[in-house]
Ligand binder design. Structure first.
Ligand SMILES: [Co+2]
Length: 373
């Protein structure tokens, strides 16, 4: 999951605690008043999002099965639409160790340690990073094996959630800054932070699955972009270019290398293939915090500070758009980041550890034939 300038979900604290889809949202206004929950625009908004609708003959935002697009007045940049209602909030059993933001969505320790230099992990902490990153890779690979036309992103979310808990880990995205699901699923023109919903994958789509696990006090974060069935040549080139750019950046990582130099390698590869690097979201430090220093931009001529040192863990996760436009806009859900021109976007992410002699790709997986051969 990239770090960046996400617009924070600005609902009243009492209301934001309620999961979309939670039965309490469908109680009467009197009931909400009795629970001391403010009623107003926000409640109406959440109520609207959480409730299936009856199709009207002339409403293009309501599908025949009662699912619907909750942002009918929004000017979408491409053809993808959200398909609501979201499924109810998934539960986490009591024995799972939880990060600090689970209750209220606020990663308080990230705020507390903001501005601090990147942490150097002890050998024991490095071993914990290895473990959680291996588990995260297992979960991503299982989720990816289910990618096919007809599966919904909510079904992928359920797979990620169940497989994460099977490993006694917590799905880090769940309620992180209020994110409603256990994984990010970003389709076609969505750059990142797509919310799993009832939309079925279609032949020719591309989908990024971004998995983060929290286990034994540490986070492990990775993502990959996959074709759904047969995809067009531009989409395949986009995916391969993005992977190539990440691989080239990883090769630079070693003690003494500068974080600001990674973008200098990524951007020319991307441009040479007729694509653009997203500037709004960056890679990030990762350890007992989900997102922390260093900031890792993927574009050239960035001013990121810092030198890589043994024991630092961070992600590199370039987001690459087809064409020349790197800019993005957010859907009214305040999460989904989509390209401005509606063209497709791809991403790959690995969590890395700087060692005495170079770099260890903690989330490394099997070589994908469709990316290299
Ligand atoms: Co990330």
């Amino acid at each position: 999951m990239p770090q960046g300038s996400k617009v924070h979900f600005s609902v009243d604290k009492n209301v934001s605690k309620l999961a979309v889809g939670s039965p309490i949202l469908c109680q009467s206004a009197t009931h909400l008043r009795a629970l001391n929950i403010p009623i107003g625009k926000t409640h109406k908004l959440i109520h609207d999002i959480a409730t299936p609708r009856r199709p009207l003959l002339d409403d293009p935002n309501i599908n025949r099965d009662g699912s619907f697009n909750p942002f009918g007045n929004f000017r979408f940049t491409g053809t993808l639409r959200p398909v609501y209602p979201l499924s109810p909030k998934r539960q986490v059993p009591d024995h799972i160790q939880l990060p600090d933001y689970v209750e209220d969505g606020i990663p308080i320790s990230e705020h507390r340690r903001a501005g601090q230099p990147p942490r150097i992990l002890s050998p024991e902490e490095q071993e914990k990073m290895r473990t959680v990153c291996r588990l995260a890779r297992e979960v991503l690979d299982i989720a990816a094996s289910h990618v096919r036309p007809g599966i919904t992103t909510d079904e992928i979310d359920e797979i990620v959630h169940v497989e994460t808990i099977k490993r006694n880990a917590y799905p880090s995205p769940l309620n992180y800054r209020g994110f409603p699901k256990s994984v990010c699923t970003s389709i076609n023109e969505v750059i990142c932070h797509g919310i799993p919903d009832k939309r079925k994958l279609q032949e020719g789509d591309i989908i990024n699955i971004d998995v983060t696990l929290y286990y034994d006090g540490f986070h492990g974060d990775l993502n990959e972009t996959y074709p759904v069935g047969k995809i067009d040549d531009d989409s395949m080139k986009l995916i391969r270019t993005t992977r190539q750019a990440l691989d080239a950046a990883i090769k630079l990582c070693k003690p003494g290398a500068l974080f600001r130099d990674l973008g200098k390698t990524i951007e020319p590869i991307v441009r040479a293939n007729g694509c653009a690097v997203v500037r709004t979201y960056c890679g990030h430090g990762i350890n007992d915090l989900f997102h922390c220093a260093p900031n890792v931009p993927h574009y050239a001529k960035n001013k990121s500070v810092g030198t890589m040192k043994p024991g630092m863990a961070f992600t590199i996760e370039p987001m690459v758009n087809l064409g020349s436009n790197w800019d993005l806009t957010h859907w009214p859900d305040d999460w989904t980041a989509a390209t401005l021109d509606g063209k497709r976007s791809a991403q790959f992410e690995e969590t890395l550890l700087i060692t005495e002699t170079g770099v260890e790709v903690l989330t490394a997986g099997q070589r994908r034939a469709d990316l290299y051969d």
